[in-house]
Design a protein around this ligand. Structure first.
Ligand SMILES: C[S@@+](CC[C@H](N)C(=O)[O-])C[C@H]1O[C@@H](n2cnc3c(N)ncnc32)[C@H](O)[C@@H]1O
Length: 426
């Protein structure tokens, strides 16, 4: 069976043609990039007429065409979320992808970079088995709570915990925040330490995660940090930490109450470096991979959650070291390049090869990066890693990103558009 690749402008970059990854079919032959590439390389693409057509690809392309992928007006409950998270999926994206690609009976949906668990929640909504992996414990905490049972009474429990916490005088402070007093007023640090301790003493296993998530929600709000994405300490009104905590618990309780599906089956959430996971640890057959990977030099999830991680007892720098794409790796003495991302994606696909069933689809939503001023087409790197590991291209589909979407830092990535890449396991 030959591949049918649905061409988009990114296919026409000269590098791609040099790499012999040119498209078999092409929609946009009028594009100047395309013409200049042909000129330069004397490349005359032709559609071979006697090739069998990959019906699966044709059908997927037609189904993708029937969806408006911009979702500019996504106002669903899930997009507000239980907790802030950078670069999260608009829920409609995984929803549509699952409905188009389907999931073979008895297999699970895997998101190897599940972040706040949007794809996992969407798959669970359809009653599918799910596996979510993320390096960042805050991501795993959000995903667990978001896909866990309802929590009636959570606000009242938070209230009780707060009352007990006010009587504490904890001396403990997070070890991993240099200059803690610069970022947290003494009184705020005292209240946070008291709440952390009281949760660990009296929350119990059922409410523990949701209460830790409530605390995580308020950390930036009560710190001196200007905002989630601005790392300057400023003078700002913090309000009452205990009250914020109770309100956050109330929000989480309401969120779970309004969720309109039964949270079953329970997802398998694995808090781990995906590049260091084995098939045995995953332990299930995967019929659909659905993810948006971290981009090189584009975002720092560990930094976004730095104070939250530290207050909840994790070490942000340990996460930074293993975080794929983290900007800190591109400014070190041995700076990463796009080839490190290629190596990492090869590692990912080598794992996917061992856990996916034959004909399983893998969908990646990905944009470009900018490294030292150079635009990096992450889609091509992913396609190379996939190809080497028994995943065929099915389609590459462009998706425009709403201009009001602030999750991306456009200084480091070209986030006006993304591509949805679909592969199929040979
Ligand atoms: C684009 S975000 C995913 C967002 C997600 N789709 C959502 O809706 O929230 C990429 C995720 O990759 C995770 N990540 C980065 N390096 C990783 C690694 N080595 N192993 C597993 N996860 C990693 C980050 O923590 C981040 O949550």
């Amino acid at each position: 069976m030959y591949r049918v690749i649905i061409a988009t402008h990114s296919y026409f970059r000269e590098r791609l043609i040099q790499d012999d990854l040119f498209p078999i079919s092409y929609n946009n032959s009028k594009l100047p990039e395309y013409n200049s590439a042909i000129e330069k390389h004397k490349f005359k693409p032709q559609i071979p007429i006697d090739l069998p057509i990959d019906i699966d690809a044709m059908k997927i392309k037609a189904d993708f065409d029937s969806v408006d992928w911009s979702f500019d007006n996504s106002t669903r409950l899930e997009s507000r979320g239980v907790h802030p998270y950078p670069a999260k999926f608009i829920p409609e994206i995984p929803r549509e992808i699952i409905s188009i690609l389907g999931v073979p009976k008895g297999t699970a949906v895997l998101d190897p970079f599940c972040g706040s668990g949007t794809s996992i929640a969407e798959a669970q909504r359809l009653g599918l088995k799910t596996i979510g992996v993320d390096l960042n414990p805050i991501a795993c905490l959000i995903t667990r709570v978001r896909t866990g049972s309802k929590m009636p009474g959570l606000k009242d429990i938070a209230q009780e915990i707060s009352q007990k916490a006010t009587r504490r005088k904890e001396l403990w402070r997070p070890q991993n925040v240099p200059n803690l007093e610069h970022w947290f007023k003494d009184s705020v640090a005292q209240s946070l330490a008291n709440i952390v301790k009281e949760i660990s003493v009296s929350a119990g296993p059922i409410f523990g995660d949701a209460l830790r998530l409530a605390l995580s929600r308020i950390i930036v709000r009560v710190s001196n940090q200007e905002s989630d994405t601005r790392y300057a300490a400023i003078e700002k009104p913090q309000g009452n930490v205990y009250r914020h905590f109770v309100l956050a618990a109330e929000e989480i309780e309401k969120y779970l109450e309004l969720r309109n599906w039964i949270p079953k089956p329970e997802p398998n959430i694995i808090c781990h470096d995906i590049l260091d996971l084995t098939a045995k640890k995953i332990g299930q057959q995967v019929g659909l991979v659905l993810t948006s990977p971290p981009y090189p030099n584009a975002y720092e999830y560990w930094l976004y959650h730095k104070f939250r991680l530290a207050w909840l007892g994790w070490d942000p720098t340990a996460i930074k070291r293993k975080e794929i794409g983290s900007r800190s790796h591109f400014f070190s003495s041995h700076p990463h390049t796009e080839f490190d991302f290629l190596r990492q994606m090869r590692g990912l696909f080598a794992l996917l090869k061992t856990i996916t069933v034959k004909d399983a689809h893998a969908a990646f939503v990905v944009g470009d990066s900018k490294i030292k001023g150079k635009i990096i087409d992450n889609g091509i790197l992913l396609r190379m890693a996939a190809k080497e590991n028994d995943f065929n291209d099915v389609i590459v589909y462009p998706r425009s990103v709403a201009s009001n979407r602030k999750a991306f830092n456009t200084k480091y990535s070209r986030a006006k558009s993304e591509e949805i890449l679909v592969f199929k396991r040979r």
